[in-house]
Design a protein around this ligand. Structure first.
Ligand SMILES: [Zn+2]
Length: 353
């Protein structure tokens, strides 16, 4: 993945009551944004379905007041034999980096204990910056292998019409559809019920699918591999090298061009002993992807179509089932679609034994 930008990004912050401004250099990691735009390009049919994004050029989109204040980023990805594919990523993409920069200011004692400060993201044109970026990528020896993704042909609209939709409404057009077998959900719930108070996890295995007419991509989950050799406690879960070796072995046994498309874990009822009146506004009283969960997702499931299924136990006998995934390079709650395994095998054209 090669990225080029002629801009240097800085956070311009007002640090104290006297209005003094400082510029904090930002070093954005563009990887998730590029991967997201690559996925949009493949969904639109402009980019061929491949595992690695083509060269991406990144430039700021100015706020209405103009340069140097940044509202969004425009990414253009090289397309074979045609105009580049262009997509927009909102400046919110950098909100975690901004929070870190602001926290650094506070730590350095530069905020003088004065209330909220003003800050804005700015960009300065600096072609030398881009050349430096190129030098870094030339030295990188661990370039990922670029392979065709080989999605299975599937008319997604027809399949989705036979599924039951779960999750937030907002994600309908922005996220690639993800289909989950009812039986896989039931297995995950069963296993999680037995695991009790530790976070039990697993990998979700499936296929990428693509509508040959519209190019729309989707993810069809077909199985759940309980993750062995994980390190787990009440609030975190770590996949180890042995977890992955297990998964690879299981996938090659199954054959059929499958891949790990996501993961599943659960959160025990962290509010079990809280008095009811404390639960309003308590972050543990509704499903959440924790900072640790985000770290796992970023590190182990960076593909823009990767999903994270979360089972959250409360006082009800059944857990809340929620799905998270990448949107605009950020991890957000998203929708998913449930059907029986038989229906899903039929969508995929797998002959019945
Ligand atoms: Zn978690």
């Amino acid at each position: 993945m090669t990225m080029q930008t002629d801009y240097r990004y800085v956070l311009r912050a007002t640090v104290s009551g006297d209005g003094q401004q400082v510029e904090l250099p930002m070093q954005p990691d563009w990887d998730a944004a590029v991967r997201w735009c690559h996925l949009q390009g493949m969904r639109s049919g402009v980019l061929p379905p491949r595992s690695t994004a083509p060269t991406a050029r990144i430039r700021p989109v100015w706020q209405p007041a103009g340069e140097p204040r940044v509202q969004a980023f425009e990414l253009s990805l090289d397309a074979p034999d045609r105009e580049p594919f262009v997509a927009r990523v909102e400046a919110r993409y950098l909100e975690d980096d901004i929070a870190v920069a602001i926290a650094g200011l506070a730590r350095d004692g530069r905020l003088d204990g004065i209330g909220p400060i003003d800050y804005e993201l700015c960009a300065h044109r600096d072609p030398a910056w881009s050349r430096r970026g190129d030098a870094v990528s030339d030295e990188a020896t661990l370039e990922p292998i670029d392979e065709p993704l080989d999605p299975a042909p599937l008319s997604l609209a027809t399949a989705l019409a036979r599924c039951e939709r779960h999750g937030p409404e907002t994600s309908a057009e922005t996220d690639v559809p993800c289909i989950v077998p009812r039986e896989v959900l039931d297995e995950c719930i069963d296993r999680s019920r037995r695991a009790g108070d530790v976070e039990a996890g697993g990998l979700l295995v499936g296929r990428l699918v693509q509508n040959p007419d519209t190019s729309e991509l989707g993810v069809v989950i077909r199985a759940h591999i309980p993750a062995r050799h994980t390190r787990a406690d009440r609030t975190s879960l770590t996949f180890t090298a042995r977890t992955w070796a297990d998964a690879d072995a299981a996938i090659s046994l199954r054959g059929d061009a499958e891949q790990v498309v996501g993961w599943v874990h659960h959160h025990p009822n962290l509010c079990a002993r809280c008095p009811l009146e404390n639960r309003e506004g308590c972050p543990y009283a509704s499903p959440f992807f924790s900072e640790a969960d985000r770290t796992v997702h970023r590190a182990a499931f960076p593909n823009a179509w990767s999903v994270g299924l979360l089972l959250s136990w409360y006082d009800d006998p059944e857990p809340s089932v929620d799905m998270y995934g990448w949107r605009q390079g950020r991890i957000e709650a998203r929708a998913f679609h449930v059907a029986t395994s038989d229906a899903i095998e039929e969508f995929l054209g797998v002959p019945k034994p």
